[in-house]
Write a protein that binds this ligand. Structure first.
Ligand code: ADP
Length: 483
């Protein structure tokens, strides 16, 4: 791995402003999913180190929250600038540990940094309210204050951005922040800590703890001094963490799984819909929670869409993300490959038709060939669960009412997409779809200026936008008697 700033590659955790090994010195190896090679090791920490991180965070809280908002904003802005100045190195680290193409990794670093820039600005606008008093001698004021120590648990599919979009609003609101990154992708998190330190974020305000997920998660969710848990990952783990938070009544934000419908109506622009489906389905090799999972195409446009979509899929270049021109990297691990294969076999067994792909990729390992299925129906696993891989299933439908019913027939409600030109239909469908985010004639919806989040079993809370700060503050009402 070639880095300009070799200091960004750290094999220790960062707790209370110090770079540390595990108490018992144990480590775990991290491999590159494209080559299977060991990149390095990180400490295998557990309960004791997590308790220490919480103690450091709690001690650091008072001074941090008493800084002016502008002072915290200046430090966050500096962190943003350092990240952008090291964009290439951070992207190299990200591709090596996660597998996504280098250009996509650069895009993620910029996307992740954009949340820090945004919340550096929002930090100065955590406004309260003055409410007309309920009695002549009473005055009512509302202030918003940082909630306290925040614990975050993040996934491997966006090793950089899933951290920054939690850390920036938390620290902007005056909260100390402790993150446990995904076990597969700790190096991006540790590199962020190097730059946080360089930016002047005080010791204890940004900590990264690597190791045993259950042990670290157990302490973070159970500890009374941690006042908020922000999690991105699977619905099953999210539910478990929410249960664990119940005993100490913690505020939780959960960004969980999706099962995004992508609907193409007869009046859609086919080329635009194909381009949108490619980006929405195949970004990060299909491993994003907002990836199109079920593609519904209306009968009148079905064959034309399938033909063009298949052509584009066949032209996707699979390979090591560090090689130029690669659009699809490896999947994160063998379990991810097995899930995609199981969904494919299940669909083929139940009568789906293979249009392109379907076989193991010639590169071996965890590389998969982008695959297209038609004649898919609701009985198949691809309809019910998130595939999280480069497999696109197409369902044919006839009426608007039918497709809305099918699209909403899931416990999930994160992202949804549709392509249509009729203005009345655009409004009707956008309102009827049960999802936290809807892309109309676009397959890309993520931006720091908009509220990202889901409904139903896809989650609680919103990240980014003017709403994102709310998840890290408490409202306090002050009643004053003027006598
Ligand atoms: P994914 O399918 O993205 O791997 P997970 O929900 O398994 O989804 O993982 C997301 C994050 O949750 C990772 O950082 C993982 O280590 C962490 N995690 C998994 N199980 C637990 C648990 N029992 N307690 C705390 N964190 C967990």
């Amino acid at each position: 791995m070639q880095l300009n700033h070799s200091d960004l590659f750290r094999q220790q955790a960062y707790i209370g402003g110090q770079w540390l090994d595990a108490n018992d010195k144990s480590v775990v190896e991290i491999t590159n999913p494209a080559t299977g090679e060991v990149i390095g090791c990180v400490p295998q920490m557990g309960e004791a180190e997590t308790l220490s991180a919480i103690t450091h965070a709690h001690h650091a809280w008072d001074a941090w929250k008493k800084q002016s908002a502008k002072s915290r904003a200046v430090i966050l802005r500096k962190w943003y600038e350092l990240i952008m100045a090291n964009q290439d190195d951070l992207a190299t680290l990200l591709t090596c540990e996660q597998g996504k193409p280098f250009d996509e990794a650069k895009g993620e670093v910029a996307y992740g940094a954009s949340y820090i820039e945004w919340f550096a600005e929002e930090t100065k606008r955590i406004y309260g309210d003055v409410i007309p008093g309920h009695l002549p001698d009473k005055r009512v004021v509302v202030i918003k204050q940082g909630i306290g120590v925040v614990g975050a648990i993040t996934p491997w599919n966006f090793p950089n951005a899933m951290i920054t979009r939690k850390a920036a609003p938390a620290m902007g609101a005056g909260c100390p922040f402790i993150v446990k990154p995904a076990p597969d992708t700790p190096f991006s998190a540790l590199a962020l800590a190097v730059l946080a330190e360089e930016a002047g974020i005080p010791a204890g305000i940004f900590s990264v703890i690597t190791g045993d997920a259950k042990a670290i998660g157990g302490v973070l969710t159970g500890h009374e001094k941690v006042r908020k848990i922000s999690f991105t990952g699977s619905t099953a783990v999210g539910k478990q963490l929410m249960r664990q938070c119940a005993d100490s009544v913690k505020k939780v934000s959960l960004e969980l799984g999706g099962n995004a419908p992508f609907i193409v109506f007869d009046d859609a622009d086919v080329d635009a819909a194909v381009a949108g489906a490619i980006i929405s389905k195949f970004r990060n090799a299909g491993q994003t929670c907002v990836c199109a999972n079920r593609i519904y195409v209306q009968a009148g446009i079905h064959d034309a869409f399938v033909e063009k979509f298949a052509q584009k899929i066949q032209s996707l270049n699979v390979g090591n993300g560090l090689d130029s021109g690669v659009q699809i990297g490896p999947l994160i691990n063998q379990a991810a490959v097995d899930k995609v294969k199981q969904h494919l076999d299940d669909a083929l067994d139940k009568g789906a038709k293979l249009v392109t792909g379907g076989t193991v990729n010639e590169l071996g390992g965890t590389f998969l060939t982008p695959t297209l299925l038609t004649q898919v129906n609701a009985s198949m696993q691809v309809a019910q669960e998130e595939t999280f891989g480069p497999l696109a299933p197409i369902f044919q439908f006839t009426s608007e009412a039918e497709v809305i019913e099918m699209a909403n027939d899931t416990p999930f409600g994160l992202a949804a997409y549709f392509y249509a030109r009729d203005l009345g239909r655009v409004w009707r469908v956008a309102e009827a779809i049960e999802a936290g985010m809807v892309g109309v004639n676009t397959g890309l919806i993520s931006t720091e200026v908009a509220p990202f989040g889901g409904i139903k079993e896809s989650g609680i809370g919103r990240e980014g936008s003017k709403y994102g700060m709310d998840d890290f503050v408490e409202i306090k009402y002050i009643c004053m008697d003027i006598n």
